[in-house]
Design a protein around this ligand. Structure first.
Ligand code: ZN
Length: 230
């Protein structure tokens, strides 16, 4: 492959620094080199055969990587997005419910700490996936390493992805922390289920069922302790 550095300096610099600029947000401007962006060369027919594009969606490597985006991966992204948004809504309702002005200072500190943590964690994950692993690794390779290989030869690919593909994996990473949060909210339960469960005799029925299966009387041990006099 011929070096086209002379044709388009900003793109060479841009391509070489993609991992950094993407998060820094400093330079990611395809206008710097619209030709290379489209993967096309100014070829009039009088010149020699066009060189293969060095980057962009027409790059052979980028096309091959894009084709590895599978229906299974798509499903994982959909499930992740749906679970993430369900958990966020659930937790948001509880946050509003337990909101109190006296928590203002800790809320502000938590927001700042959260932004810094997210910034560092996303940088760490990005660096890890940019630097290590391979697309050939079972499962993780095609699912999670592939997009990192793709964006280095087709940096604007993400701008052509839809909401699900762009956010699927990020949503997936939030599911465990959001799930823990939801679990804690349920644990500090407001008792909303007490009335309906009482109404259908849930606990009585459950006790009868267990008694019929095991022969144990409910609370018999509890009662034995309560009856102790000395
Ligand atoms: Zn990268």
């Amino acid at each position: 492959m011929t070096d086209r550095a002379g044709d388009c300096m900003p793109c060479d610099w841009l391509t070489g620094n993609m991992a950094r600029t993407e998060h820094g947000g400093a330079v990611s401007d395809p206008r710097l080199c619209p030709m290379a962006e489209e993967g096309e060369l100014p070829w009039s027919g009088r010149q020699e055969r066009p060189e293969p594009p060095r980057w962009g969606s027409q790059h052979a490597g980028a096309r091959e990587l894009a084709e590895l985006y599978s229906p299974g991966k798509r499903l994982q992204e959909w499930v992740s997005v749906i679970l993430c948004f369900l958990l966020m809504s659930f937790n948001f309702c509880y946050l509003v419910r337990y909101f109190s002005l006296e928590h203002t200072v800790s809320i502000v500190l938590s927001v700042v700490a959260g932004i810094i943590t997210a910034d560092f964690a996303s940088g760490l994950v990005h660096w890890g996936a940019d630097t290590w692993g391979s697309v050939e690794l079972p499962i993780v390779g095609k699912a999670f390493i592939r997009p990192f290989r793709e964006h280095h030869i087709d940096p604007t690919a993400i701008t052509r992805h839809d909401f699900i593909e762009t956010n699927g994996d990020n949503c997936m990473l939030t599911i465990i922390p959001l799930g823990c949060m939801a679990y804690k909210f349920l644990f500090l339960s407001p008792g909303w289920l007490n009335y309906p469960l009482e109404k259908i005799g849930f606990w009585k029925r459950l006790e009868d069922l267990i008694q019929s299966l095991t022969g144990e009387k409910p609370r018999s041990d509890d009662l034995k302790w309560a009856q102790k006099v000395k």
